[in-house]
Design a binder for this molecule. Structure first.
Ligand code: BES
Ligand code: ZN
Length: 410
């Protein structure tokens, strides 16, 4: 599959700007032949009625599969779709823009559990590592997670291009490196991407077996559609929270002197906010090299508790249903009192989809139901203060990540 550049329309900020630029254009119209440029997007099927009703002739449905629709839409209608998604569905982007129809259809087909089933297999595990899991999760500290969120959101941004996104990647690298200091079975590497400045960061604890367990999140941040290398984008919840949680998982594993049988990889992906680019490259590399990835957990937005109803929400789409069920049992076993539920993003909303599309079992435990999501993400106000200036919610996900790793390992 060729590399595609996907533009993600993520709102709030774009609204006034688009209003301004469109009205400005109408004042000095240059009459050109009206050849409408078409864009290809994937979108939640439930949004479809609404888009057809409001956009009429300007949308054409290409295909619908398992709740996701691939549609062709006039390019100039996209900003309006973005605004409506935000207003009517409280969605952020709510759709993914593809370079061509093939790429959109690949995304639809990856959703198809039947075609995935031939290679996305989750091996059932017994839950039988209580001593080791309980010992590890009892040492999780919300305060360490809070400190790391604060530090990461103090960078001007962590945008995939430019100096800040590069510096913040280096900071994650150095922090992880200091955590593993003294262990000869562990390393931290930068995974460089040729198309942009920000590298992904990978911490490996080598086991005797090459079977690989992955827990990761995206390190980059963005501030609306008109973001860039200079724009303020603290990204405290999206997704300093995930990276800080992964960091705490690393700290606990090392402090427990945990010696895995399988190989554990903790990842901070670059360039998620512009179309899952970093994780796509990594997942494809792992697939090409034949790495036996037995389970992937994505932590993206874990520190904003939407309401009192649920603590952990497992997304149904672009994930492995068996592994999701297993994670539900881990919560019931090791996190008493924590309430969990299912929901769906409705599109390939984060890096778990990159792994899923390469046929690896992936899950994404999320901080709230979609409709109660943190409304400050992708703005200059995505700050830890929005989550009450603590990381108590994220700490639950550190415990869950640790149980996932330890129970998959044995
Ligand atoms: N953390 C979000 C994904 C998300 C947002 C999940 C809200 C659930 C609720 C992620 O970083 C993101 O912003 N994803 C993009 C899509 C991606 C393909 C660029 C989005 O949702 O617009
Ligand atoms: Zn985001």
């Amino acid at each position: 599959m060729k590399t595609t550049k996907k533009l993600i329309y993520s709102l709030a900020i774009a609204a006034p700007l688009f209003g301004a630029s469109l009205s400005a254009q109408t004042t000095d119209v240059v009459k050109e032949p009206a050849v409408e440029k078409k864009s290809i997007i994937t979108i939640d099927e439930n949004s479809l009625d609404f888009s057809e009703k409001k956009f009429g002739q300007r949308v054409r449905v290409i295909d619908v599969k398992d709740g996701i629709a691939a549609i062709e839409i006039d390019e100039e209608a996209l900003p309006w779709l973005t605004l409506l998604m935000h207003k009517d569905f409280k969605r952020c982007g709510g759709f993914v823009l593809h370079e061509d129809i093939d790429d959109a259809l690949n995304t639809l087909n990856a959703q198809d559990e039947k075609s995935m089933a031939q290679f996305s297999r989750f091996v059932g595990y017994e839950i039988n590592q209580a001593d080791s899991v309980k010992s590890a999760i009892s040492t999780v500290k919300a305060d360490g997670i809070y400190q790391m969120i604060t530090k990461l959101s103090s960078f001007q941004n962590r945008y995939y291009k430019g100096e800040h996104g590069k510096a913040s990647a280096q900071y994650i690298h150095d922090t992880w490196k200091s955590i593993i200091a003294g262990r000869t079975d562990a390393k931290v590497e930068l995974f460089n991407h040729s198309q942009w400045d920000q590298p992904s960061v990978i911490l490996t604890i080598e086991g005797a077996s090459s079977e690989t367990i992955i827990v990761g999140g995206h390190q980059d941040s963005i501030s609306g559609y008109f973001s860039g290398p200079k724009v303020r984008a603290p990204g405290a919840d999206d997704n300093a929270s995930g990276i800080a949680t992964v960091t705490e998982i690393a700290r606990v594993l090392v402090s427990q002197s945990y010696k895995p049988q399988k190989t554990i990889k903790l990842m901070a992906y670059a360039a998620e906010e512009v179309g899952l680019l970093g994780s796509k490259e990594i997942a494809k590399t792992f697939k090409d090299r034949g790495v036996n990835v037995v389970g992937v957990m994505q932590l993206d937005m874990v520190n904003y508790k939407g309401s009192q109803a649920f603590d952990v929400v497992l997304m149904n789409d672009y994930t492995n249903a068996e592994q999701n069920k297993f994670i539900g049992s881990l919560i019931d076993t090791y996190l008493p009192g924590i309430k969990w539920a299912y929901d769906s993003c409705g599109y390939a909303c984060s890096d778990h989809a990159s792994w899923h599309m390469q046929g690896f079992p992936a899950s994404v435990p999320f901080e709230s139901k979609m409709r109660e999501m943190n409304g400050r993400i992708h703005t200059a106000n995505d700050l830890v203060s929005v989550s009450g200036d603590n990381a108590d919610h994220a700490a639950k996900f550190a415990k869950l990540g640790l149980s996932f790793i330890i129970e998959l390992d044995r």
